[in-house]
Design a protein around this ligand. Sequence first.
Ligand SMILES: Nc1nc2c(c(=O)[nH]1)N[C@H]1C(S)=C(S)[C@@H](COP(=O)(O)O)O[C@H]1N2
Ligand SMILES: [Mo]
Length: 362
Amino acid sequence: MADEILSEGSHTTEDTFSFQEVQLAFRNRGMPAEGLCLPITPTGMHYLLNHWDIPAVDTSTWQLKITGHVENTINLDLSALRKLPVVKMPVTMECAGNGRAYMKPRPINQPWTHDAVSTAEWTGTPLKGVLEKAALTEDALEIIFTGADRGIQSGQDQYYQRSLSIAEAMRDDVILAYEMNGAPLEPQHGYPLRLIVPGWYGMTNVKWLSDIEVVSEAFNGVQMMFYRETSGAGDAGTAIETIKVRSLMAPPGIAVFPSLERQLEAGPVTLTGRAWAGKNQISRVEVSTDNGTSWNDASLHESLGKFAWRGWNYQWQATPGKHTLISRATDSEGNVQPLEQVVTFYGVGNNGIARVEVNVIP
Ligand SMILES: Nc1nc2c(c(=O)[nH]1)N[C@H]1C(S)=C(S)[C@@H](COP(=O)(O)O)O[C@H]1N2
Ligand SMILES: [Mo]
């Protein structure tokens, strides 16, 4: 299996990871689970997902171009973008493939455990203002965002491209971001400019943004067709868009190397973690310390912002022995995290609960 070239759409039922999956995992780091203790993820701890190479963008010549079905074609360099109205917002970003490694069968792709979620403070200018200056023509239907990174996927040589409807692109909180956590974007996170669409899964936030094209037809590029819940390659299925309700627990106690099993001492323990729900708000987090047999409400911390994860904690009296801890979130629309993993063909949209096994010693 390790020598086989596995293409997109391949699956495996093996527990061992292929060379290709390990290679992807080294390039695309996850957020260590203890990052769940921090409200804002430091940039060096933020998860990372790049499909291809990180492009070297030369900002002495780089310009953002807005073209297509507009009255005015616009070019903006970085200093012009920085002169536009400024917004700063904490946004929780989650890769649509987060939790893929727990699917059975497992799609061959970036093998995320539960580590592809983080929250950063993004600074930039509202996209809306720039689009209003460009003045969309009446037949405008969608907007295509193109990154400067080029590669091959699904057999097609392409630049990374995703589209949004006009209504979504015109939301006040969609930003052209040039800073992450108060500093210019680092190369791997999209320097000099990226799109931030709060509430949507990671793939929507196009990095190394270079072109914005207004079009009058629906865009069906490779990156639009992949992020879908489908039964197989021939089935278009339905698009995965906004982040589903989910919660995670910061691992309690101490880790055992190299298994990373958790050990803690009997007595009172504060279990803590974070929960998020894309465009919706978190209304409830429940905790089970007996592998889902009984549930108790956790206390929710103050909200950091409309699109940021919400902290929670739960007081547990740990007794000696092995325990399986679970958290489960409910959002403002009444959606509850499923207790089983959600298995999809491309491995996107799994918001199933996480189990934390702990060994409590007297
Ligand atoms: N241009 C470009 N933008 C991209 C990607 C990419 O490969 N190329 N990956 C997307 C995916 S799948 C995710 S989950 C997020 C990850 O953003 P981060 O690496 O800053 O955490 O970026 C998105 N934007
Ligand atoms: Mo992603």
